[in-house]
Design a protein. Structure first.
Length: 297
């Protein structure tokens, strides 16, 4: 066996399909097929059952999986430790954050960081969920969360204030005072965002309000509010920068979150990771009035 064979086996086992493994491994579908066929032939053992729904592990494959995952974990640990001793201010640095933070907050400081450290090649992965920093899906995460994963270390940069907003041209405002929140139609969070403190606040305080539109994305909710579809609870760093929206009330104490800058412990001493975290912490904290809802006060 060699590690390449085991990587292909692990890719299929995790994805359950050739196409999923090909995406994860960065190769084409036919390469994965040829490699696993040759691996099984050399071993003289069938590792997967080929089913209409995908690839399922056989008993032999299931036995192999536990051992291969241990090998994979050890290689990840070694990789992170070696990277953690990298003293160069050059090379790739993969960042993960949300689309709303990138659009409304992070683009200028990222551009300034790149200008200061031209040898560091930034890669951005926009995602709602945390990437697995242990598997080096990303080196640094900039994320809103109340409880960051225990496997990561970093800094709490700021509180993230949320407030109710509506369009300045919102038609029903002439019929209902803006402070009377239950009198307005609302834009709600769908089930994918039900975990947010802002969604919980809406469930507890607007039980009888009319919710005629829901979305799984804060950018979509902002666009709907701007179009006059109703009021929406949004982060102040978004709502206060949108000239076509106005606050209906001050920031909601129980609807907020926090902004964190995180990395894996093994990467904390990597020069480019440390430089990025120091630079971005200073840049983002300079916008705390905006993030904490004081700019429009």
């Amino acid at each position: 066996m060699d590690w390449d064979d085991l990587r292909y086996f692990l890719g299929i086992a995790r994805a359950g399909s050739l196409s999923g493994a090909a995406i994860a491994l960065g190769v084409n579908h036919s390469t994965v097929f040829r490699r696993i066929q040759a691996f099984e032939a050399r071993l003289g053992v069938r590792l997967f059952d080929r089913l209409p729904t995908g690839y399922a592990l056989t008993v032999a494959g299931d036995d192999m999986l536990a051992s291969v995952e241990k090998v994979d974990d050890e290689i990840d640990i070694l990789n992170r430790r070696l990277t953690g001793r990298d003293l160069r201010l050059s090379g790739p640095l993969r960042i993960t954050t949300t689309v709303s933070l990138m659009h409304w907050l992070l683009a200028p400081p990222l551009a300034a960081f790149k200008a200061k450290f031209p040898g560091i090649d930034l890669e951005l992965a926009v995602a709602t969920d945390f990437f697995n920093l242990s598997k080096r899906q990303a080196d640094v995460a900039i994320r809103p969360t109340i409880s960051p994963p225990e496997t990561l270390i970093g800094r709490r940069l700021s509180k993230l204030a949320f407030a109710p907003y509506a369009s300045v041209r919102y038609p029903p405002r002439s019929k209902a005072p803006k402070e009377n929140l239950k009198a307005h139609p609302w834009i709600g969070f769908d089930d994918n965002l039900a975990h947010l403190a802002a969604a919980k606040w809406m469930r507890e305080n607007l039980q009888d309000a009319a919710i005629g539109f829901r979305a799984n994305n804060l950018m979509a909710m902002l666009a709907a509010a701007r179009a006059g579809m109703g009021a929406a609870v949004l982060p102040c760093f978004m709502g206060d920068q949108e000239t076509e929206l106005e606050r209906l009330k001050p920031p909601l104490a129980k609807a907020g979150s926090e902004l964190w800058l995180l990395t894996h412990e093994d990467l904390r001493n990597t020069a480019r990771v440390r430089a990025f975290m120091d630079f971005m912490a200073a840049a983002i904290q300079s916008d705390r009035d905006l993030l904490e809802g004081r700019r429009a006060a």
